[in-house]
Write a protein that binds this ligand. Structure first.
Ligand code: ZN
Ligand code: ZN
Length: 387
């Protein structure tokens, strides 16, 4: 790579004169080269060889005085126009700034801005999540009223009332859910058939093909070589911000595959050979839910329904078995001295059991305890114990 530094030029915005890049004001009319004046590069400009000029070019971009707008070279600590301090000025824009440039107003501002962004980011990370919306006054009142009603009902319900009941009618319903051993048909290669499968049929089928060597053959093949066909020139220019440019140039060889004719090559030949395996058709037996059978009655002893199905050992396809049982009992009764009929299927919030149900025969009379809200809590046996 070759690097050279050349002087650019600028066009005076007042009189259109082409001025030398390093000049800070126009030769013709004396106008100052202001911050918005652009530098241009002349392709044929000679490289700067003078040591002093080179040092000035590499010193950094010019700076603009914020008081008089005059431009001064990087090395000047005071404005060449009014003598103000460089630390109050701004650097001209440039593609490359030396690392050890002294601070100006704009570079200081940039540094402070970066520090501020960092602090803001840290603060944002620490900020806690937004708190939940507080309840409105009406919502609070509503909640309070609801809780109060619940509390009153709870207290009323705590007072127990004795009574005497007569059983009028009884009802029961018993259910059995049924499962049947059913077969699902499938097929797969022998090594992938599940262990509990019942084999229905097998057959020999092609499972895959194998690449088998089938001798050698001579073939003609085009022969290539890499050859340099061109050279690509690259150029990169860097605006130094002081009327000079750094110009980097380098060349890159371009290669291409070029045919050299043909050559004879010995190649191995292959053919595809089928590999056979055993394919199996099988059944998998599984218990599946099918339906439920129900028995029900009134004023009679409860019975379980017949599940109506064969059962073999070991089980066979079509066998039926019980999956789950459910039972439900409810009773109609009257309070002694009243005609009003009420029914219940729970005692103290638990479903009636078959044992309780069998004792509560129609026509029998029982002492009972009700809650403050009229729920049946207990039925008392003649020996004084709860049923
Ligand atoms: Zn001019
Ligand atoms: Zn000045």
């Amino acid at each position: 790579m070759k690097t050279k530094i050349v002087e650019g030029y600028w066009i005076c915005p007042k009189c259109n004169t082409r001025c030398r890049g390093a000049d800070q004001d126009c030769d013709n009319c004396g106008a100052v080269r202001t911050a918005d004046v652009k530098f241009h590069l002349d392709k044929n400009a000679p490289a700067i060889s003078d040591e002093k000029d080179l040092a000035l070019a590499k010193a950094g971009p010019d700076w603009i005085c914020t008081f008089c707008g005059n431009t001064s070279p990087a090395g000047e600590e005071n404005c060449t126009g009014c003598g103000s301090l460089r630390s109050d000025g701004n650097w001209r824009p440039s593609d490359k700034k030396p690392d050890n440039l002294p601070e100006t107003a704009d570079s200081r501002e940039e540094r402070e801005k970066e520090a501020k962004i960092e602090t803001t980011a840290t603060l944002a990370a620490k900020k806690p999540a937004t708190p939940a919306r507080p309840l409105t006054r009406n919502e609070k009142l509503g909640c309070g009223a609801f809780l109060f009603v619940m509390l009153v009902l709870f207290i009323i319900n705590c007072f127990e009332k004795p009574g005497r009941i007569e059983i009028k009618q009884t009802f029961w319903e018993r259910t059995i859910e049924r499962e049947q051993l059913q077969a699902t048909r499938d097929s797969d290669w022998k090594n992938r058939v599940p262990k509990n499968a019942v084999v229905i049929a097998t057959s020999s089928e092609i499972r895959r093909y194998e690449k088998v060597s089938d001798g050698f053959e001579e073939v003609e093949e085009e022969d290539f070589e890499l050859a340099q066909v061109d050279t690509k020139e690259h150029e990169e220019t860097v605006d130094l911000g002081n009327g000079r440019f750094e110009v980097k140039t380098w060349s890159e060889p371009v290669y291409e595959k070029v045919s050299k004719g043909t050559k004879l090559v010995t190649r191995e030949k292959f053919r595809k050979e089928p590999v056979y395996d055993e394919k199996v058709v099988y059944d998998i037996l599984d218990w599946d839910y099918i339906d439920k059978v129900v028995a029900s009655g009134s004023n009679s002893p409860p019975q379980w329904p017949d599940i109506k199905g064969a059962r073999h050992d070991p089980p066979q396809k079509g066998d039926i078995k019980e999956y789950r049982r459910k039972e439900q009992y409810w009773i109609e009764a009257v309070m002694e001295g009243k005609n009003e009929v009420f029914d219940f299927d729970e005692l103290n919030f638990k479903p009636l059991t078959a044992e309780q149900f069998n004792q509560l025969q129609p026509g029998t009379k029982w002492d009972a305890v009700f809650s403050g809200l009229g729920l049946l809590l207990r039925i008392i046996r003649p020996d004084g114990k709860p049923l």
